[in-house]
Design a protein around this ligand. Structure first.
Ligand code: AMP
Ligand code: FE
Ligand code: FE
Ligand code: ZN
Length: 291
């Protein structure tokens, strides 16, 4: 337990020494496809003794005000963020945005468009599932998602809950994974435009989980196009991959970030706590903001 954020005494925290302790900079709540509320997530962070947390819900910043408040109660530094799905040279990449002004009209207008695309995609995926004989309704998925950024995990959850699939994993494997019969390609903003959007909103752009992308050769090009950082530490990346991306970040002069990519209970045990980013990296990320 972090002595600076006593569970028995929320609010009675002191400012953590800059660069000391651990952070988690990749987290989802039920404002996208996670299952925790911002308050539940902040509590988990406090229990784990985190000194800083970033909320990076897919295509939304809606949970940030609540998460900011919840983190403040525990003496945890909060970094507003989001995770945008973008495209670079034919590859899907996820870009983590940090420190944006979450009220900037241009950012909010773009997010609204991404969310409309997500909602249309749900309709299309459900139509395909119906053609395959599965009696799922889009309204069921929207009701279950209960958020503006619905995604495939919500379709998978609905299929599993209604007994149309044995599990979420089965739903992805049989229907929703890329190339499967109910998979629908998603409109994606170009990575250049996404980075511009984040920068214009006062934020930084970080390449999420590069180890899952299988396109390392594009990283130098992203760096040349304005990328600020690389997510070197992630639940699904091995320590060998972390070492590789740490060296690459150093070579390309990119900031280093890390996070659990916790989606709550949607994929079994919550991942929060599994990745503990030394907070000194957060200080360097902030320097990238100034530099
Ligand atoms: P979408 O943004 O709608 O394309 O959905 C992508 C989300 O689906 C990401 O957050 C992934 O973490 C999640 N996802 C991908 N594969 C699976 C899987 N097999 N089981 C559960 N979630 C998955
Ligand atoms: Fe997700
Ligand atoms: Fe991602
Ligand atoms: Zn994520």
């Amino acid at each position: 337990m972090n002595p600076s954020a006593s569970i028995a005494n929320p609010g009675a925290s002191h400012q953590a020494e800059a660069g000391a302790g651990f952070a988690d900079l990749h987290l989802h709540t039920l404002f996208s496809d996670g299952t925790f509320t911002p308050e539940e997530l902040a509590l988990k962070g406090a229990q784990l003794g985190l000194v800083a947390m970033a909320l990076t819900d897919h295509d939304t910043v809606e949970g940030c005000p609540r998460m900011a408040l919840a983190c403040r109660n525990w003496g945890i530094e909060f970094i507003p963020g989001t995770e945008l799905t973008a495209e670079f040279d034919g590859h899907e990449v996820h870009l983590l945005g940090y420190f944006m002004d979450v009220q900037q009209p241009r950012l909010l207008a773009a997010i609204k468009k991404f969310q409309a695309v997500r909602q249309e995609r749900i309709q299309e995926m459900v139509a395909r599932l119906n053609k395959l004989g599965l009696p799922l309704r889009a309204e069921t998925v929207f009701a279950l998602a209960n958020c503006l950024s619905p995604g495939r995990p919500h379709v998978a959850r609905a299929l599993a809950r209604d007994g149309l699939c044995g599990s979420m994993d089965e739903a992805f494997e049989r229907f929703l994974k890329k190339g499967r019969p109910a998979w629908v390609p998603k409109y994606k903003i170009s990575a250049r435009d996404a980075m511009d959007l984040l920068h214009q909103a006062g934020g930084l752009a970080v390449l999420a989980h590069p180890g899952l992308n299988h396109c390392d050769r594009i990283i130098p090009h992203l760096a040349g196009a304005g990328l600020d950082g690389l997510e070197c530490f992630h639940s699904k990346q091995t320590s060998t991959q972390s070492e590789y991306y740490l060296a690459l970040a150093q070579r390309l002069n990119l900031a280093v970030t890390g996070g659990s990519d916790c989606h709550g209970l949607s994929k079994g045990k919550p991942l929060i706590g599994g990745v503990r980013l030394p907070a000194v990296y957060l200080e360097r990320l902030k320097q990238a903001r100034r530099g």
